[in-house]
Design a protein around this ligand. Structure first.
Ligand SMILES: [Zn+2]
Length: 257
């Protein structure tokens, strides 16, 4: 039986709210049987937490770099207390987004500060992290070192060079191969899917986002796995077995109490 995990899907997003059971059923029919659902800001913590009633869902709680600037001290304490209350939760989606060149140094410093604090928290609570990284690989690695973060996690929606991927892998991350693969012209994503060691890759959709004019859903992990298999000239089962093992390795770092 084929078993795949969507390691990054925003199932708490309102885009799914009325038909989540169907979305999950369709995913399952494609072999996508496990889901990791990250939060993005304190406003959606409860919606994400409510998904813990679904046995195939694992959750992550964290503050996304887009919301770091407006996040308050209270939001941080809220996050900390929820992570203690939900010992199975990962920390995410956290990270750095330097895509906007108009960002001021101060804005970037605020992102870095919030990211480091969440890394320290994840280290203290022994949780893997889910990292959003846009044009910020060296700053991410710097933050990981500075925070003495060693729990590992996923560098999600990877879009960088092979060198950047290797740097992230060296610092404990699995590389999230995702919906960029569905675009035949996304050269770097295809290069990563083709060349990175299988033991360092996980699969994801980032649904409902990433596809123009179409609702992205976790079922698409099947196609992402198939394209990966095709690029590497190996079987779909081989991709599934290796990436599932990688998810298990990350889950095993969480000391469930
Ligand atoms: Zn996301």
């Amino acid at each position: 039986m084929l078993k795949l995990t969507d390691t990054h899907c925003h199932l708490a997003d309102p885009a799914f709210s009325n038909h989540l059971p169907d979305i999950l059923k369709t995913a399952e029919s494609q072999g996508v049987r496990r889901f990791i659902v990250p939060a993005t800001c304190s406003d959606d913590f409860q919606a994400v937490i409510s998904l813990t009633k679904i046995p195939s869902v694992h959750i992550a709680l964290g503050i996304h770099p887009w919301f770091a600037e407006s996040a308050s001290e209270q939001d941080f304490h809220h996050l900390e207390s929820l992570l203690k209350q939900y010992p199975q939760a990962w920390v995410g989606e956290i990270g750095l987004d330097f895509y906007d060149k108009a960002q001021t140094t101060k804005q970037r410093e605020k992102q870095i500060d919030y990211f480091c604090r969440q890394l320290v928290l994840a280290e203290r609570l022994h949780r893997p992290v889910i990292v959003h990284n846009l044009k910020a690989t060296s700053a991410i690695v710097e933050a990981v070192k500075q925070s003495r973060f060693s729990q590992g996690g996923i560098a999600h929606a990877f879009s960088g060079s092979l060198e950047e991927a290797q740097l992230l892998i060296k610092n404990g991350f699995k590389i999230g191969i995702g919906s960029l693969l569905l675009n035949p012209t996304a050269k770097k994503a295809r290069q990563a899917a083709q060349n990175l060691p299988l033991k360092d890759m996980v699969l994801e959709t980032d649904s409902p986002f990433m596809l123009k004019n179409t609702l992205n859903t976790p079922a698409n992990v099947r196609q992402i796995a198939e394209i990966t298999a095709e690029l590497r000239h190996i079987s779909l089962e081989e991709v599934a077995t290796a990436t599932e093992q990688n998810v298990e390795t990350l889950l095993a770092t969480i000391p469930l109490v």
